[in-house]
Ligand binder design. Sequence first.
Ligand SMILES: C[S@@+](CC[C@H](N)C(=O)[O-])C[C@H]1O[C@@H](n2cnc3c(N)ncnc32)[C@H](O)[C@@H]1O
Length: 330
Amino acid sequence: MQSRILEHYRRPLPRCPALEPLCRFNNYVKACLIQRYMRPGAQVLDMACGSGGDLKKYRQNGAGSYMGYDLVPERIEEATTRHRNTRCMFAAVFEVRDFAQALDLRSTYDFVSCQFALHYAWDTEERAMRVLRNAVDCMAEGAHFILTFPDYAEIVKQLFRMMVEPNKDNWVRWEVDRHVYRVGGPRHSLVFESPLPFLDFLRELEAKPFGRCYTYSQEGAVDQVPEYMVEPTRLHAMCGAVGLEVVFDGNFSRFNDPCPLGDGQSFAELRRRMGAEEPLDDEAKLIAALYRALVLRKPRAEPATLDPRGERGSSSREEERRQKRQRGDS
Ligand SMILES: C[S@@+](CC[C@H](N)C(=O)[O-])C[C@H]1O[C@@H](n2cnc3c(N)ncnc32)[C@H](O)[C@@H]1O
């Protein structure tokens, strides 16, 4: 599977003119996250940076420095050239690396990003966990980690709809020894294969949070590339286990609202500037809704306080708990 992913991303990535408005919308979503959660001067780490498509967004938001890595040497070469040609004010380093292997990064970052890539590491729990650990290990306290990846709930919803109302783009077919489940539209598809009939197939999907693969195709751009379902309950639990808290978690369709992040901040002007106001056609809307955005934060450690005996080391919350116990509160 990894070799198929590598093979796909080694080729020059074509653009499909019919899906240009979708590309602009996706870029707008990423720009919202960067504008909202990155502070000017931040040291940025871009895991799976591809050909550096987000460099301009970081320039516009005043990044202090940038480190980008990607599995594919051709993309890293392109990103390096793009940085040279983009007149970025910040220094950037690009390296070929697998974000699902131990990285041992020596620097600390204020802002970490993993765009449209997390699902490639969801083949095993070990690799998935490694991505999160790689991020958290190099994040400064208070740093944000932004991610975009396929939305499990939306895909399951589409599978159900396919069973209830099959049509020419959404169908199930029996092929010698397996069922083929297809959801999507004329210009894109997600295809699952399983020996199991529908309800058992869904049950297995739920029971097995890693390695649940489908192939994704998008006209003129992606041809049957394997991707893995990222099951959200397990993902949230894993984030908690490495000490990351969830700040925002929402489907891309929320970004049609001028204030998508739930804090009253409007991005209408950004959307206009990025030329992403054009309404998406029905299929592009479907593709956009296949994705979700997740924002995580590494909490700041609680400051050490002097306890009543004048000794250092107990945090304010510990102190509060100690006082409660003394008062006999539950
Ligand atoms: C859809 S592209 C997104 C690129 C970029 N983040 C963006 O938003 O424009 C996915 C990228 O993930 C990279 N990728 C896939 N698996 C990877 C891995 N294990 N380690 C690092 N990069 C990986 C691919 O090479 C590709 O450049």
